[in-house]
Design a protein around this ligand. Structure first.
Ligand code: C2O
Length: 544
């Protein structure tokens, strides 16, 4: 196994998109940021130097961080942010995971421009569980604002309204030729006839779940969130923010140009969303391809309509682990979390005003998560600093009701805002029902867990009913992921073993929902031996 060293300088960089040049925050002046490649088993050391005017921290999305919670990154959870002028070395080993992950800023909305791919190749001298592809192509889907994204979220926090939607969707940082001033820079992937390539899709968009298709080409899904899946063929994939999907594509069509296109899957009825389409071009290299702007346009794929929930859920249902898995049992902790939106009077840390109960908010089990502002939870936990958090996060909703009904009483629209954690014993087997609600409006929520992967045992619509839905559990080959798209007005059941000590955030990966409080954290205690305990804090951990 190797040790890889990287220097990441956070800096302001002028970037031109959609006819305007703006200074954005980047890593090393690159947008998207640098791609990191490792083999499973390797160690990464990333020295982050902050030369920007914002606080920043970086998260290695999907990396398990066994015993190294200090390197996980969410600000005020596992560390205080790296202040302007400061630096911090993230050091961790990538173990037992292979496939596509990514890294992104975990401070305010900085991740709109601060993100990149993190590719985990098989262990040295190991191969893929499929034929070696000719090329590997990371394809990062993003969202672009013709404004400073930090201002966008700040303004929304002041008014209590939904933040402005993005002005473009992007593929590898480029909107593509359906947008003004963007056509010349459209991302192009050269390929050769006959080869089979591995496309590594990452949804790095802030607030948009995405359908993706390639004109005329079938995709064979082989992995999701850095876990291998049983190969299955599809013409469209759906990724919630935070999710990755690896597909094999054989270049077996007439040698010309084809669009890859992505656009929103938007499940919240009546809420505005970015309804634009981003494109890139797959160009067969045979001297005969059509270039953008030429008279014969590349072939365009059929994409589902924006609210095609049937296609989104059918795709999720198609994912199975590559082989039979050993399901953790028996369950020690049965948790039931409602996830959904709502309206607030006010949220701590926000400037409030206007009529009561009109500010958009979100919660889990009616608790709206408040990030500490001057301490990190993990440090407070290790150093025994009182008053930063409590461990009374409820295992079940305090009030049970018909979560997916059409008219839910306003009484249930007033969550408490607090920094509540749920404590787990080392090694306990956790089963978590994530129940979407129809409070204010139902929506598909991509729920992401830090420090863990979970098995997705089942998903469905309406209210989870243990009497009949337990029978639907896939206990043979459920997919393993770090982010589950909980169906709109529906539920998902996940299971994991709490074998990684530390403080681990669970949140909706739609960033607008995090800013509204759709988050909580698990506090996983140390086990009995040193090998079951959190490592000591790094000496250069940013001061609070
Ligand atoms: Cu990629 Cu806490 O998120």
């Amino acid at each position: 196994a190797k040790v890889h060293y990287h220097d990441f300088v956070i800096q302001e960089t002028p970037v031109k998109r959609l006819c305007n040049t703006r200074n954005i925050i980047t890593v090393n002046g690159e947008f998207p940021g640098p791609t990191i490649e490792v083999n499973s088993g390797d160690t990464l050391v990333v020295n982050v130097v902050n030369r920007a005017q914002y606080n920043v921290s970086l998260h290695w999305h999907g990396i398990r961080q066994m015993r190294t919670a200090w390197a996980d990154g969410p600000e005020f959870v596992t560390q205080c942010p790296i202040r302007p002028g400061g630096s911090y070395k993230y050091r961790f080993t990538v173990e037992g995971q292979e496939g596509t992950l990514w890294w992104h800023a975990h401070s305010s909305w900085l991740r709109a421009t601060v993100y990149g791919a993190l590719i985990v190749h098989p262990k040295e001298n190991h191969s893929y569980p499929f034929a070696e592809p000719t090329r590997e192509i990371p394809i990062i889907l993003g969202e672009w604002w013709d404004a400073n994204p930090i201002d966008v979220v700040k303004e929304a926090a002041q008014t209590g309204a939904a933040p402005n939607i993005s002005d473009a969707l992007t593929i590898n940082g480029q909107p593509g030729d359906h947008y003004n001033c963007s056509s010349k820079e459209t991302t192009t992937f050269p390929v050769k006839p006959g080869e089979t390539n591995l496309l590594r899709f990452i949804n790095a968009a802030l607030n948009t779940e995405l359908f993706v298709s390639i004109a005329n080409h079938q995709m064979t899904v082989v992995a999701a969130d850095a876990s291998y899946t049983k190969p299955f063929a599809t013409s469209v994939i759906m990724l919630g923010p935070g999710q990755t999907t690896d597909v094999l594509v054989t270049m077996d069509q007439a040698p010309t140009s084809y669009y890859i296109a992505a656009r929103a899957y938007s499940s919240a009825q009546g809420l505005p969303f970015d309804n634009t389409t981003t494109t890139a071009i797959v160009e067969y290299d045979c001297g005969c391809a059509t270039k953008p702007g030429q008279s014969i346009p590349p072939a365009f794929p059929a994409l589902p309509v924006y609210n095609d929930t049937a296609t989104a859920t059918a795709f999720a249902a198609g994912l199975k682990s590559i082989s039979k898995v050993k399901i953790p049992e028996p369950v020690d902790e049965h948790l039931f979390f409602t996830v959904g939106l709502g309206l607030f009077d006010c949220h701590p840390g926000q400037q409030c005003g206007g009529p009561k109960g009109t500010r958009l908010g979100a919660s889990i089990n009616n608790v709206s998560f408040v990030f500490p502002s001057d301490y990190s939870i993990l440090q407070a936990h290790r150093q025994g600093v009182p008053g930063v958090f409590t461990t009374d996060f409820p295992a079940n909703p305090q009030v049970q009701f018909d979560y997916t009904a059409t008219d839910i009483s306003h009484e249930l629209w007033q969550p408490v805002a607090a920094t509540k954690l749920y404590k787990l014993k080392f090694g306990s087997v956790v089963q978590l029902v994530l129940q979407g609600t129809n409070i204010f409006v139902g929506e598909n929520h991509p729920i992401h867990i830090h420090g863990y992967d979970f098995y997705i045992l089942a998903e469905g619509f309406g209210n989870f009913d243990p009497a009949k839905d337990t029978a639907k559990f896939n206990l043979v080959d459920p997919p393993m992921r770090n982010t589950v798209a909980v169906p709109v007005k529906g539920w998902a059941v996940v299971r994991f073993v709490a074998d990684n000590p530390g403080v681990w955030l669970l949140h909706c990966h739609l960033d607008v929902h995090i800013s509204w409080g759709l988050a909580m954290a698990f506090l996983v205690e140390d086990g009995d031996s040193e090998l079951e305990s959190l490592e000591p804090a790094p000496v250069d951990l940013p001061p609070c």
